[in-house]
Design a protein around this ligand. Sequence first.
Ligand SMILES: *Cc1c(COP(=O)(O)O)cnc(C)c1O
Length: 374
Amino acid sequence: MARVYLSPPHVNGREAELVAEAIASNWIAPLGPHVDAFEAELASVVGVEHALALSSGTAALHLALVVLGIGAGDEVACSSLTFAASANAITYTGATPFFVDADTETWTMNSELLDLAISERRAAGALVRAIVAVDLYGQCCDYDAIRDVCDKHDVVVVQDAAESLGATYRGAPAGGQGVIAAFSFNGNKIITTSGGGMLVSGNDRAIEHARKLSTQAREPVAHYEHQEIGFNYRMSNLLAALGRAQLESLPERVAARRRLRDRYLELLDGTPGIAFMPEAPYGTTNAWLTCIVVDPESFGADREGIRLALEREDIESRPLWKPMHMQPIFASHERFGGDVSARLFERGLCLPTGSALTDEDQDRVVATILAQRA
Ligand SMILES: *Cc1c(COP(=O)(O)O)cnc(C)c1O
């Protein structure tokens, strides 16, 4: 039996054709017609006017902050329950992140705590300029509430949409809720270019500035002229070809992952001691990963017991993100709340949710979990 992975790449057949076409065209560079087309197609899918294809989601977050003018001396609020890339990108600019705990109902940034956090940091003399709000496991933050807080404090919202491509917030596609947003096409995301990212915004000046910075900030003259520090962050034309083929399947990928989540719910819901990540009423999740929370007293085994039992069956599962405020590298940073995300980390488990997972393999995952009951 083959190993069951958490979220492996899912290729539909058009990838080889488009990549072969890119090679035959000799556009084997971090620019070319597939890059332009991928940007236009993704912008259209997420309903945002301007898009820039980049080498990773982390690069997209970094450039988002740079073009907003964030730098040394600034502070940026960040969801604590996230992958380290959200916070790392803040540090690349020279700014300092501080961390805001999750809401129990959505697991995304708690907007009341954000309000308090910004007020307290400002009162302490900090220059709070922006927030990085993270759409978690495919679920958007509550952007109406977040935007109210940010408008009140005159703070800009950067949307980390690395995990939420294909989700919706109040009927609109994820990615249009922040002033600027970053997607990821890493190998484990809902669609992949093996590695890659996209920056999107309604602000064409921000995207054009990021475009310039992403190719070493070359000035538009024949020789190599530079007035600011640039980066080598562009996406290859070969990978953009891959991304275009993947993007064609996005609706099917979202449907497949939502179906897997519904099936997990059907097979496990009602099991004492097992709860699921709630789907917020303001939107639809892309169900990137199905996450459960294990109460060891009522279930009879803890999260780690389940994870190791799955591993013995050659099934990959993962604890939820370890919150940033608990990471050694960020231990000295300011944080607001923290118990909600700490508890989710202690008890939460991401289950295999690859869009090509078979019902038979999913049944094995469920049977292995249920076999751990006391
Ligand atoms: C994957 C991910 C990123 C980083 O994307 P890369 O393409 O891997 O650089 C950033 N934020 C979150 C929340 C992610 O899950």
